[in-house]
Design a protein around this ligand. Sequence first.
Ligand SMILES: [Zn+2]
Length: 376
Amino acid sequence: MDFTSIRRELHRYPELSGEEKETASRVEDILKTLEPTKIIRHVGGHGILAEYVFPGEGPTLLFRADMDAVAVEEPTDLCPYHSCHPGVAHKCGHDGHTATLLRFAKHLHEHPLPAGRVLLLFQPAEETGAGARAVLEDKVLEEYRIDKAFAYHNIPGSPLGEVLCRKGSFTCAVVSVAITLTGKTSHAAEPQNGINPGAATADIVREVLRWNNTDKTAEDYFLATLVEIRVGEEAYGVSAGEGVIRFTLRAKTDNVLHQHTRRLEELVASICEQTEGLQHSITHVEPFSANENDKACTDIIREAARQEGLAYTELSQPFSWGEDFGLFTNHYPGALFGLGAGENCPPLHSARYDFPDTLIETGAAMFYRMAVLSIQ
Ligand SMILES: [Zn+2]
């Protein structure tokens, strides 16, 4: 069984979040040959859970890989196994994460642990933040008392195979917000007869951007990024009647992020009050909890890296992106770690990014060591 070929096959047929049907079926076919105790399908959508039960009493460990791709067009000259699906490609390396977890299954099949239980979760819809929630709401996991949960993400820009981790917040809490302002159009010559959201829009944007504290060493690090701002339309005779503002907000902890979303609600309400009749609504989309890495789990990752002879970097700051494994570290003691994808590897979600195949063996060896260390 050649896991580089498996990864490249997954790469050829990428599927967007929530649509990982074919990917899941490929995963299931390979898993069947690796004889887990049980395979459960349709976990939180197209998720697959494989269970390996070992002879002795021991902890239940969960290892997770994500399976979804992103909406990016892959250049056809990038690799011979380029995406067959227009506008969709594995530009976050989830094809590699999935292949790694399958490789780990082969380790478990060939070298069973003396004790405990290992759950392998092939999770759908990580990119939208919906997959982890759907899996946890699925109740399948309620059958188990999970003692530790682990996952990794490849990290372009860091040396190939280097292990990156930290205890506490590893990735930021992130949420996107859409603020809709609804007033009333009127003739542009008589804006006083309408309700124009322009002034409120400008005030909200200016004030929210003032909250930014981009010092990543600060506990109250907070970054609001303006994503879209739109008021009215291209009709010069019309005073605008509605507007939309979209921000993505991020903070080191769920708590700090929550404080700012509450503060935003109060701000929008008080600014809208200054324009009589102006209505507003706020929706939150794609929320990602911060990954709060457990100390004991982080220690296991560091020790596994040492035993594997891999360089280990203790990060001083969390990554500013979100990863929906954060919901797992909210539920169970667990940790997410990074594996360097190489200094020259193009950034995640960029068109020329491709997962480095050597990380499949590195990641699977790390997972196996971590499992061995966890049952001791
Ligand atoms: Zn990713």
